[in-house]
Design a protein around this ligand. Structure first.
Ligand code: ADP
Ligand code: MG
Ligand code: MG
Length: 917
């Protein structure tokens, strides 16, 4: 079987130059394919594809987006004729009728937007079931009146809502009341008599609401349903969804009209949802749930608790209710086969809606499945390992930013857990936050930067904003495929669903737990989405174990990328992390962090406040041995790898004593009065410290400081011998001129010579390089001069952005939102790399630096080092490596591989394209 070329052996698809208004599918025909989502909508195109692949579905037809746009909300004569013709075909295909009430044709009328908007738009089921036809339907179902009435009671409230805006809750309540009176719990327990009574009460509600004249002919019902689907595309919910997902508001929707498959026909009928692989973990094997005796949305709405599909899943869950495999083994086997075929054809994991009607399987929808970051990784790796897709394709399918989430914490297993609520492990990972009960509360907390856990009875599409804002979601009702679960998984946020023992009082802002305990709004709560539990209090979190699929993907990425990846590291523990996450060295070690960590602050202050070089040397000597030990600890894990140490950079004032206690301590240590210390500190005050005594200016003005730092680094390297960094790279920060560079080079070379002399070691005992951080525009412009004295450049994109924009990164955060809102900037350049401005400076520096010294090593450090888009720009610029925080190293590794694949593909395309004339 050749699964990689799905359509090679099939006849070509019908092509038409005129926009098509109607496409039919099913009963051996297919007038569309998956590629036609722009015209048929996602659902319509996929239904045509199902039919095209010969998979079982009920026949139907799609009213295209073009037809919808031309109609402007009304069904004109041309479209009406088209629909009539399609209906005629559908009647023939099903042997049922829209006019003969003894063999009624029932259809669903479904929205089919070009991009899926789950649950955002209207769908009507059982359309065509008039009062008269209800008897006909019962007859045809072997006298099963309860079934026919069940269909009718589903249709009435839906029609009432779209025709007269009547709340469906009214009918829901009436039904609940009836069930209570007759002591019935499940809908399936209602007899035909009960349903008849329920319907009478429904009719009474309609009269009270002055809505008794609901359309009672199949054609009127159909027209109403089609128009309501069009209208729902313009509704508030759909608008909110589109703006949230940055989709065009005039996207529109196609309409699918499809013969009904009855999942409520009897004990061997059911409806369900299946993923072709586990959307949480990515593990192979069908994953899904079903409800017997049910229709449509019941599985996703979370009002009834669904059952597992397979026998093994039921056993694993310890459930008693039989699985689909046990109830309808034939349909289950067909479902498994259909899923295999779908994956092989669509080359991706599918999310499939199906219905079993009297033991016979019908697929009603398929689409690429939403999945957790963890599953996305596993699935991409597995599809490549199974030969369905190439390794390059697998690498491109994993969004690098998702990896970071994947590496984020779980609950520390050694901590004592106190379970607050138990439910389904709907989306893995862990989060800690304050309990909130509405989407608005979650959004309010998010705005002030506070994490929250959103608790809901069940989630409706309106809660989506809340799920975006919250750090985790807990619901009392709903299954693995409920809206909350699907959306949380897509976002990589932990979610626990169906914690059924919890009672939620949204208005009071509290949840009652069995045993009397209460969670109140604002209480700290931990959500363990992996275990399916909510825990009292804020639990300690730990990083997750590494996945085998993660290693597989990262291995392929490493083989594919050409950009090196290092980490920014200031402490030994971070160095260990960096190695674990695949960093190939340290791209930036901030010496002031590594050397002057707490405890060494007083001697550092002495150094800065010393009145002359002599006093300063004495102060620095106190630091000497400790500094060397600190650096040795940092270098050791990186044995044999490059380590770039930046000499002191921050404005001196950051280190000055501020409180009276600090003043007194420094004074005592220096042997001078507190007043003298205060006076010296005042003397050092600057108007604009960020542009004052900072960076390499410290080295020029206080040579003893850089000398001491360089000495500590050299001695640490000599001490480590074969375990020393290879090479040790010393970075001079914030340079602007060549003379700064050569002055400092002389000093540091002199220090190296002296250290080697003292150790009696030959020059080759120290493998070290000297380079410049390119972070002032002048340094970038004069890269050619600097290259003369540099073994490497490293681009400090944070400061370079600050200096290029003349924008303080410490202050910009306060007004950036307003600034962007006003349209003065399209994005925060400290988050989104400014390719055209800062990028231009970098390209210039790369070209000029390489012009003088072709082999000069070029790196990038700073927050942009792991931003996937920035990484691809750095790749194109031809830098040698990027450096980022250890946790983000995998992101950078994958982004670098993707950049290489994309640029290779572009080069191939350029080669194939005919030369321009
Ligand atoms: P959504 O876009 O919100 O998923 P759908 O159009 O898929 O809406 O329909 C909602 C529910 O109705 C689904 O569960 C689907 O399986 C069910 N449904 C739609 N058409 C039919 C049909 N012809 N027969 C039986 N069930 C249907
Ligand atoms: Mg659907
Ligand atoms: Mg800097």
């Amino acid at each position: 079987m050749t699964i990689n070329s799905p359509s090679s052996s099939r006849p070509p698809l019908p092509r038409s130059s005129r926009p098509r208004f109607i496409a039919r599918f099913g009963a051996g025909l297919s007038e569309g394919s998956a590629a036609e989502a722009p015209s048929l909508g996602g659902k319509g195109a996929q239904l045509c594809e199902l039919a095209r692949l010969g998979l079982p579905t009920k026949p139907g037809f799609v009213i295209s987006l073009e037809a919808g746009r031309a109609a402007k909300g009304e069904i004109g004569p041309a479209l009406e004729a088209g629909i009539e013709a399609a209906l005629g075909w559908l009647e023939e295909a099903t042997g049922l009728s829209f006019s003969d009430a003894t063999r009624p044709l029932l259809v669903s009328v479904r929205s089919s937007p070009p991009i899926s908007m789950p649950g955002m738009m209207d769908t009507l089921l059982n359309v065509g079931l008039t009062r008269e036809a209800t008897a006909g339907l019962a007859m045809r179902a072997g006298g099963n009146l309860a079934f026919a009435l069940d269909c009718r009671r589903r249709l009435l409230p839906a029609l009432a809502e779209i025709a007269f805006d009547i709340e469906p809750d009214l009918f829901e309540e009436a039904l609940d009341e009836l069930k209570e009176e007759r002591d019935l719990r499940e809908d399936s327990e209602l007899s035909a008599g009960d349903w008849a009574e329920a319907l009478e009460r429904f009719e009474r509600i309609l009269e009270e609401e002055e809505a008794a004249n609901l359309p009672d002919s199949p054609r009127e019902q159909l027209a109403l349903a089609i128009k309501s689907v069009w209208a729902s595309a313009e509704g508030a919910r759909a608008r909110a969804w589109r703006s949230l997902h940055k989709l065009p508001q005039d996207m529109g929707a196609a309409v699918v009209v499809q013969a009904m498959a009855f999942g409520n026909l009897g004990p061997d009928s059911a409806t369900g949802v299946v993923f072709t692989r586990d959307p949480s973990t990515g593990a192979p094997g069908l994953f899904g749930e079903y409800l017997p005796q049910a229709q449509g949305e019941e599985v996703v709405s979370g009002l009834r608790t669904p059952r597992p599909l397979s026998k093994s899943a039921r056993e694993a869950l310890g459930g008693r209710a039989p699985s689909l495999e046990e109830v309808a083994p034939g349909a289950y086997a067909d479902l498994a086969a259909a899923c295999r075929k779908l994956e092989a054809e669509r080359l991706d994991v599918q999310d499939v809606e199906f219905t079993v009607e009297s033991g016979e399987l019908f697929l009603l929808q398929t689409r690429p499945a939403q999945r957790t970051p963890r599953a996305a990784l596993r699935i991409a790796a597995d599809l490549a390992s199974e030969g369905l897709i190439s390794r390059d394709e697998a690498l491109l399918r994993v969004a690098p930013a998702l990896l970071e989430r994947l590496l984020h914490p779980g609950v520390d297993p050694s901590a004592r857990r106190e379970t607050a609520a138990r439910g389904l492990a709907a989306s893995p990972g862990a989060a800690v936050g304050e309990a909130v009960f509405t989407a608005a509360e979650a959004e309010a907390l998010a705005r002030s930067g506070r994490p929250s856990i959103l608790i809901r009875a069940e989630t409706s599409p309106e809660d989506i904003r809340g799920i975006y804002a919250a750090d985790g979601v807990l619901t009392a009702r709903g299954g693995m495929t409920s809206h909350a679960a699907v959306i949380a998984r897509g976002l990589g946020k932990p979610c626990v669903c169906g914690a059924g023992e919890m009672r939620i009082f949204e208005n009071e802002g509290l949840a009652r737990l069995p045993g009397g305990r209460i969670i109140r709004r604002g209480d700290p709560l931990t959500l363990d989405g992996t275990a399916g539990e909510a825990l009292f209090g804020a639990m300690p979190l730990i990083p997750p174990p590494q996945e085998e699929a993660f290693e597989r993907i990262m291995g392929w990425a490493d083989a594919r990328r050409r950009l090196g990846v290092r980490a920014n590291v200031d402490a030994p523990a971070e160095a260990e992390q960096a190695l674990k996450f695949g960093a190939e060295g340290i791209g930036l070690c901030r010496s002031e962090q590594a050397l002057f960590s707490t405890g060494r602050l007083t001697p550092l202050r002495e150094t800065i406040l010393a009145s002359d070089p002599h006093e300063r040397r004495a102060a620095l000597e106190k630091l000497g041995a400790a500094q060397r030990a600190d650096l040795e600890a940092l270098f050791r894990p990186m044995a044999g790898l490059p380590v770039a140490l930046r000499l002191m950079d921050p404005p001196l004032h950051e280190f000055l004593p501020k409180t009276p206690e600090e003043m007194a301590e420094t004074a005592a240590s220096l042997g001078v009065s507190a007043e003298a210390v205060a006076a010296r500190a005042a003397d050092l005050a600057e108007f604009n410290p960020m542009l004052g005594r900072r960076g390499c200016r410290i080295g020029v003005l206080y040579p003893e400081i850089y000398e001491a730092q360089a000495r500590a680094a050299f001695e640490a390297a000599l001490d480590l011998g074969p375990l020393a960094p290879k090479p040790l790279e010393i970075i001079l920060p914030f340079l602007a001129t060549r003379s700064e560079m050569s002055l400092l080079r002389r000093q540091i070379e002199e220090t190296a010579r002296r250290v080697l002399d003292e150790w009696g070691a030959p020059p080759e005992a120290l493998d070290w390089r000297l380079g410049a951080m390119i972070e002032t525009p002048r340094a970038a412009l004069r890269a050619e001069d600097l290259a003369e004295d540099c073994d490497f450049f490293t681009f400090g994109t944070n400061d370079l952005t600050q200096m290029t924009f003349g924008l303080s990164r410490d202050d910009a955060g306060r007004f950036m939102r307003d600034y962007i809102a006003a349209g003065a900037l399209s994005a925060d350049p400290f988050h989104v790399f400014d390719e055209v401005g800062v990028g231009e400076l970098m390209r210039l520096a790369v070209a000029r630096g390489r012009a003088r010294k072709p082999g000069i090593l070029l790196g990038v450090c700073g927050e942009h080092g792991a931003d996937p888009e920035a990484v691809s720009h750095f790749h194109e610029m031809g830098v040698d490596y990027v450096s980022c925080s250890p946790y983000r190293a995998p992101v950078a590794r994958l982004a670098a591989a993707q950049a290489a694949i994309r640029s290779d593909r572009a080069a191939d395309r350029a080669k194939e394209a005919p030369p321009e004339s």
